[in-house]
Structures are given as C-alpha cells and as structure tokens.
Ligand binder design. Structure first.
Ligand code: G3P
Ligand code: CA
Length: 249
C-alpha cells in the first residue's frame, strides 16, 4: 500500500519517551524523523508564552500552583524533567521564543495549541502571532485550540496563518461548523473519528490530524483511512509502522 504523504507529529514532543513539552522531547522527535511536533501554550503572570500542558505546574514540574501566578523568571527556576525520570533532571519549562529558536536548526512543523479552553489568557493570540512573526515561523506553524473563539481571533489578526479546530467529542452539527468556519485543519480525538467523518472533512477541504494514536493498530487504522497527520506520543514507533505499511504493500 502506498501511503500518500502521511505525516507523523510528536504529541507534546516525544511524550512517551521524554518529559512532555520540553526541548528534550522536541529534540527526540526531530532525531526520530518526525514531521512535526505539537505543544501547548499558556501565559505567565507577566505575559510570557509558556510551553506546558496543564494550567497548573504540579503534575509535570517541581513547582506548584497556577502557571498564570508565576513570572517568567520564577518559572525558569522550575524543573520539568524531575517528575518524569532522574535522567531528565535539569530540563526547563520552555518558552515559545526558545522553542522557535531551537526550531531554526530543523524543519519540523509546529502545531501550537492555544490553551484557552479553561482559562481566558487575555491577549494570548496576539502574543503568539507576534512571536511567530518575530521568529519568521509563519510557514511552519499550525495554530489550534479547543476554544474556537481563539481560532476566530487568529483568523482576524493573522489570516495568513494556518489554523485548525480541535474537537474531543464531535458535535451533532459538526458538518455545519466545518462549513461555517472554513478553517483548514480538523483535529479530532482519534476515538471520535469515523470513516464517514473523515470523508466529510476531506470533502470540505480540511486537513485531518487526529490525536493521539499510540497503539500500532490505531496508527494502521488511521493511516489506511488516509488522514493527513497522525499525532502520537511515540513518533519513532509510528514512523516504523507507517513505513512497514508502505513497504509491505
Ligand atoms: O492537539 C491535540 C491534543 O494535544 C489535544 O489534547 O489534552 O493533549 O492537549 P491535549
Ligand atoms: Ca495539546
């Protein structure tokens, strides 16, 4: 079977093997030959763009409490590797500008998830756009969010940037939403994506990038469905799986 240009994005970096949303996890993704990385962005107390998944620091770092209550300087004292494994002690909580600086040495796509589904983070969309422009990353980023109002804001502020709608459970009026929004990316939970939905989104011109497929069977199923990107915590494994499908016919 020839799989046309199916791409592998490392979810929160190579999250399955490295501490999520750290430069170490992104570097591993680059080394394994992933096509892209996905990561999450919040705002610090002093308005800096912080790369972390949760609104709070407790699960993944040495700090406690809300990200939004720490200044960037304070966040720099946190350890984002210690909770994952001893070998990653010293890994820092990255900032968006640092990720873009790091990305200058590779050609990875970057799916920037704007984490405004639980907290509002006033002005985060413009700050992300400014950082993208400053680092000249326009051609390598896809901005996504579960909060579709954030995507609307990006559309108004920077219509040239690639955007995507994130969904967990798919709503009954999905077709209407996809038709009305006219965005370019459809990012569903892999468990909610059916053949019919995949075909519908494809027909409406969307790129389909489901998340998060870690089991081989799921990677094979999505690859055969013909999605554009598979997001996974184990990019190395997924790349091998997709390659074997290609070579086994
Ligand atoms: O962007 C896809 C996926 O990352 C969304 O879920 O919870 O991992 O941020 P979550
Ligand atoms: Ca995410």
């Amino acid at each position: 079977m020839i799989l046309q240009n199916i791409k592998i994005f490392a979810h929160r970096g190579s999250k399955g093997t490295h501490p999520e949303n750290t430069i170490a996890a992104f570097q591993k993704a680059a080394e394994t030959g992933a096509d892209g990385i996905e990561f999450d962005v919040h705002l610090s107390a002093d308005g800096e763009l912080v790369i972390i998944h949760d609104e709070t620091l407790d699960r993944t770092t040495s700090l406690t409490g809300y990200v939004k209550e720490y200044t960037a300087q304070q966040l720099k004292t946190g350890d984002a590797g210690v909770k994952y494994a001893k070998e990653f002690i010293g890994e820092r909580i990255p900032f968006l500008g640092e990720v873009f600086d790091w990305a200058k040495a590779n050609r990875l796509w970057m799916n920037v998830e704007i984490k405004t589904d639980k907290l509002a983070y006033e002005g985060i969309e413009q700050k992300i756009i400014d950082s993208i422009r400053h680092h000249k990353m326009e051609h390598r980023v896809i901005l996504s969010s579960f909060n579709h109002q954030s995507i609307e804001k990006v559309k108004l502020l920077a219509p040239d940037l690639e955007r995507a709608l994130l969904f967990e459970e798919l709503p009954d009026n999905l077709e209407q939403i996809l038709r009305d929004k006219q965005e370019s990316g459809f990012h569903p939970d892999k468990n909610s994506l059916t053949e019919a939905t995949n075909e519908l989104a494809k027909t409406l011109g969307y790129k389909i990038r489901p998340w998060v497929a870690n089991e081989e069977a799921d990677v094979i199923k999505l690859a055969k469905m013909g999605v554009d990107v598979i997001m996974t915590d184990y990019p190395e494994r997924a790349i091998k799986t997709v390659k074997s499908l290609d070579s086994n016919g």
